[in-house]
Ligand binder design. Structure first.
Ligand code: FES
Ligand SMILES: [Fe+2]
Length: 354
């Protein structure tokens, strides 16, 4: 590739690569068992499996023998056995057994890549970059502290869109698109107050009207019955904490979007919504087992709302991508200065590596 086209690729946000030296979310914890699964993070096919001690491992999803996917195979203790000829690989990606090895033959010295991986807050976090950077203090999985907290009820919705990740982030940071979700009554009348920006994050603070107030035990039913909702002013904060996103609407709602960009035209992400029970101080005096029972029983209570929002957003995001592919030169008009801030962050995260 010539240096001219390289430079124009860097300038074009819709072709932008990702900063690999960050932790990404590649799966939910519940998706990974002893049966291996294949995932893709920025064009890298990766196999995840869980060993007998519940430890998660991540290897390149490519058997070095005949280059088929190792995710068709099975986990045996902490090793992964290929489905084709049963060669086995340890968690460091070294070939440790070939069942038909003759006495005069040595184990092949082939080795595949292994990835640093961590299971935290219900998700599998993977570091696809330079393993040395991993130990740098500022680089750690963002985490989702409310996941285990007994005062928060979680709902997870999967976003899988045929679009560059920048479209998703811009959608999540431009709260003026509440219009799209009118039938779900998520938030109303947003107005941008200010933006904070540094080399790792953008925080946009909006004033908005919220439909939800979780202050009575029956308030949770607002998630199911729109007629119970009443508008009242609340701060609406959205943050792009590269490469992920987090948002709060007043004190009662918190949402995260955990990203797994697949390639330039495909993005996977997990939208995690939390309803807070902080207002119910009496609940906090109850036994932990009961509080955990309440938390687990209400898991997914915002599923319909969240899936509905995702569907509407994905339709718009994919149309933006299509329009770009039809005519990459054509630019839309933009009025929200948050978009310029998030584009600057995305570019800086990738370009500072060069
Ligand atoms: S292709 Fe994997 S063992 Fe032969
Ligand atoms: Fe949306």
């Amino acid at each position: 590739m010539s240096s001219v086209s390289e430079a124009s690729q860097i300038r074009d946000i819709r072709q932008l690569s990702i900063n690999l030296d960050r932790w990404y979310v590649v799966a939910r914890s519940s998706e990974v068992n002893t049966q291996p699964i294949g995932v893709t993070l920025w064009k890298q096919a990766i196999v995840l499996y869980r060993d007998r001690n519940e430890q998660i491992h991540a290897l390149e999803d490519r058997c070095p023998h005949r280059l088929v996917k190792l995710s068709h195979g099975r986990a045996i203790d902490s090793e992964l056995e290929c489905a084709y000829h049963a060669w086995r690989f340890n968690a460091r990606g070294e070939c440790v057994a070939v069942p038909y090895l003759a006495d005069n033959q040595k184990l092949p010295s082939c080795k595949i890549r292994h990835y640093p991986v961590q299971e935290q807050d219900g998700f599998i976090w993977l570091f696809p970059g330079n393993a040395q950077t991993k130990h740098h203090e500022s680089v750690h999985p963002m985490g989702v502290p409310e996941w285990e907290h007994l005062n928060y009820i979680a709902t997870v919705s999967v976003i899988h869109c045929q679009a560059h990740y920048s479209y998703l982030i811009e959608n999540l940071m431009d709260m003026y698109h509440g219009h799209l979700h009118q039938d779900y009554q998520a938030w109303a009348e947003p107005s941008l107050k200010d933006i904070y920006e540094d080399s790792d994050r953008v925080d946009a603070h909006y004033n908005a009207q919220s439909y939800y107030k979780i202050d009575k035990i029956w308030s949770i039913s607002q998630l199911f019955f729109p007629a119970l909702r009443r508008l009242h002013p609340e701060p609406l904060n959205v943050s792009y904490i590269y490469p992920h996103w987090a948002s709060t609407l007043g004190k009662d709602f918190k949402i995260y979007c955990l990203l797994c960009p697949v390639n330039e035209i495909e993005t996977k992400a997990y939208l995690v919504h939390f309803t807070s029970l902080n207002a119910f101080w009496r609940l906090h005096k109850l036994p932990v087992w009961f509080r955990r029972f309440v938390k687990n029983s209400l898991f997914g209570s915002a599923q319909k709302l969240l899936d509905g929002l995702v569907k509407q957003d994905v339709l718009m995001i994919e149309e933006e991508q299509q329009a770009y592919l039809e005519n990459p030169q054509r630019r839309g008009y933009e009025l929200n200065r948050v978009i310029a801030s998030v584009q600057r962050l995305m570019r800086n995260q990738v370009e500072k590596l060069k």
